[in-house]
Design a protein around this ligand. Structure first.
Ligand code: ADP
Length: 199
């Protein structure tokens, strides 16, 4: 099972992805977390992507595609994974499709988290400084929203046309959004496979 989480920065994808991955016993792959770990470790890759990330720009498609190619082969992905933050451009989505096809695999569903611009800005404001992320300053947050609209939002139509798009209302508390997500997931999976009670 390969699930994609799509939505603007601040919508709460990461929180929902980690909870759902636990419930389903699949891996949570956050490209943002992986890249931040590279930056923190001072690796060659980390040094290459640091400035782009700090400025709210995307890292090159080839770089992130290679990371995903390797990461999805690790043993914790055997039952599947949630891709959180990837793909972020149409070429990344095309590369993902090709990579999975070569493995005789495919995307199960793409969940798009929707939130009004007002709510989004409020949440991003609340996050400022809290997670100690350099890219959480106000001007970089605004830049990331712009990059999302330009480069990532086209994926909404891309996955809709593929017949894979499921929209989730991102308003409300973490628990409220999570119940909506579970209801949507259960349409794809029999309920006994969703270990909802333990979370
Ligand atoms: P957000 O809070 O906007 O959801 P993430 O934590 O997912 O951000 O990602 C942080 C940064 O990491 C992005 O602004 C970008 O520089 C880089 N990044 C993460 N995923 C990708 C990707 N799929 N393609 C290009 N760059 C990415």
């Amino acid at each position: 099972m390969k699930i994609i989480f799509l939505g603007p920065p601040g919508v709460g994808k990461g929180t929902q992805a980690s909870r759902l991955a636990d419930a389903l016993g699949i891996a949570h792959i956050s490209t943002g977390d992986m890249l931040r770990a590279e930056v923190a470790s001072g690796s060659e890759l980390g040094n290459k992507v640091r400035t782009l990330m700090d400025e709210g720009q995307l890292v090159p498609d080839e770089t992130i595609v290679e990371i995903i190619e390797n990461r999805t082969l690790q043993s914790d992905c055997i039952n599947g994974c949630i891709l959180d933050g990837f793909p972020r451009t149409v070429p990344q989505a095309a590369a993902l499709k090709e990579m999975l096809a070569a493995r005789e695999d495919g995307i199960s569903a793409t969940y798009l988290f929707n939130l009004s611009e007002d709510q989004l800005l409020k949440r991003l404001e609340g996050r400022r400084g809290v997670q100690n992320r350099k890219d959480d300053s106000e001007d970089v947050q605004v830049e990331r929203l712009k990059v999302y609209q330009e480069k990532t939002a086209p994926l909404i139509d891309y996955y809709r046309e593929e017949g894979l798009l499921v929209e989730i209302d991102g308003n409300g508390t973490i628990n409220v959004v999570y119940s909506r997500l579970l209801a949507a997931i259960e349409k794809m999976l029999p309920p006994e496979e969703v270990n909802a009670g333990e979370n």
